[in-house]
Design a protein around this ligand. Sequence first.
Ligand code: UD1
Length: 390
Amino acid sequence: MLYSRTKGGTARVKIINVVGARPNFMKMAPIIDAMNRYPKQIRHLLIHTGQHYDEKMSKAFFDDLGMPKPDIDLGIGSGSQAEQTGKIMIAFERVCLTERPDLVIVVGDVNSTMACTITAKKLGIKVAHVEAGLRSRDMSMPEEINRLCTDVLCDHLYTTDRIANENLRKEGVAEDKIHFVGNVMIDTLLKHKQMASQLDLRQALGLESDGYATLTLHRPSNVDDRQVLQGIFEALREISSDLPVVFPIHPRTRKMVSEFNLGHYFNENKPVAGIWLTEPLGYLEFLHLNMQAKMVLTDSGGLQEETTVLGVPCLTMRNNTERPITCEMGTNVMVGNQPSEILTQAKKVLSGESKPSRIPEKWDGHAAERIVGHILETCCTWQTGDEARI
Ligand code: UD1
């Protein structure tokens, strides 16, 4: 390992933390916070690949989460799967060659996660993956390919639950690489819950507590096919006649709605009624609305976990999930993308039928501390006495 040396001669481990897309930011924020407690042991840089670049998909989250400005923004932007991945690899290789980190940390399952893992490993740099071992077993999802490639290469695999540990074992991963630390996304949720509850957005929109649903939709399998997307909107229109639906629309989905001419399903004006379309919301605003929603309809990964902890019913419009613990223990129900099943399950929630929810093990707000504790143990063992704080 290439331990960096400060002027005083103290050895510090140099870490590059990578983020790229919206769901990465809330996972990295608590890790940075935890690292900041060990300035003598850890020097860290934040690299944003720029996979997500819109103010509302990126900067708003940095502000809400109190994250430092990235030290380096690769400014990659959108592109095809290969184009985006390739551009990230080329740009990240230059960063690694200049910065020569001891460790790269990647989170989640987006293209930036996989691209930076491959790049760093080929340069002989150790890589740690946060949220390792999740598997949907659906190879039509770009994220599943990203998860598999990332986990097979990484040196440290930090997992959110025991199912993920088992997945990795079955794939032949050595036991000493698997570290069950809990869920960093839940660290962020628990930290911000109170702040979010104090916002007045719900009242400003004229919504009653428990009197509306929230909706997110962006998976290619749901939004890239006109018939599928229209079927989902038909079901949602029916739900919204009983319960207004707040829909902060993802840029990918907005593009498809306009291409397929489906704008007539939405209300973009106040008062909030029917399916109410709005720009992507900030982290705190969306958490605030989700906390008091009657139900959440989604195809996102992270929301399945957040609703489990909030105890809010979640209908996931997919046929599989890489997060089965949210169905086993939490409020999550897989409803696919066919209108009839979406409606059946939504009506159950509307009639007061909902699953009891238990909080998975180690989803307790301390996952990032466990990760940094492990890094200090494995990378900073040469430090003794006052210098070591663990
Ligand atoms: C990506 C992740 C997905 C994650 C999602 C969260 C991959 C393969 N997918 O999907 O796992 O759940 O982010 O949002 O990494 N766009 C903008 N502005 C932006 C970002 C995207 O306009 O700031 C538009 C572009 O038209 C782009 C499209 O959205 O072509 C898709 O963006 P991309 O990053 O490729 O994938 P997502 O669908 O956002």
